[in-house]
Design a protein around this ligand. Sequence first.
Ligand code: ADP
Length: 268
Amino acid sequence: EKGHHEKQLLESRLAQIGQIIMVMANKGGVGKSTISSNLAAGLAERGYRVGVADADIHGPNQSRFFGFVGERVRLDERGLGPRAFTATGLDYPILVGSLAFMMESDDTPIVWRDAYKHDFMHHLIGSFDWGPLDFLVIDMPPGTGNELITLADLLEGHDVAALLATTPQEVALMDSLKAVRFCQERGMPLLGVVENMAGVTCPHCGGEFHLFPRDHLAAALNEVGVSSLAQIPLSPTLASGSDAGRPIVLDAPQSAEARAFAPAVDAC
Ligand code: ADP
């Protein structure tokens, strides 16, 4: 009966959520969490009610990227309380739910058995009291493993679309884009690719250059029928904004870095 109750709770949460955006990546470290937080910030800036669910079990970064390091969750009769990120100009706070809020301390490593991972996906969506949301952005674990399959199963029948975070050199290796195949096989709409670390602006001369070759990019994406939505530069202010707990999209909305996210926000 526990399973039945969990399922009911999950469905009651999902019934209040409009669009779910899964931010996926083939591997860690490509900027998936950075893209998730700024995407959520961009949607919130446009007046939407937005939640961010940090499902990256192995590297939960959303608590840091929204300035909630060390915070813990409260449990009341409505469930776990997500942390609310407020900023001037936002109609609604961004609600953040993360496994990091349930850890004993910030440096406790997380080693979950698969059964627990499944449970966690349930908890993340079902136990947090998200309330009504226009968008729930889910920062997925990297790869196309159990977590992704579990979550896709849990969300079956709801409005779910995926966004793939990647770097230019990764896109060139099309056979590594398992996430594209996953979406195609599941019939899950893939909004497109967000290319991270796609260029650098020289702080001295202002000139732009590319760290990674971009030659095959368009052709490779074209081959699998996926569009490149946005190109995010490699930028120290982007990293320092995240580390300081302020997504750059809200902190410096006129910056080139912030504006680079706009087409991805549009696509949602
Ligand atoms: P992932 O979620 O894919 O593991 P993160 O978003 O956590 O990746 O990014 C990994 C690290 O790289 C973080 O410290 C982040 O601040 C930094 N980073 C990500 N994208 C950029 C960028 N475009 N410019 C500078 N630093 C970045």
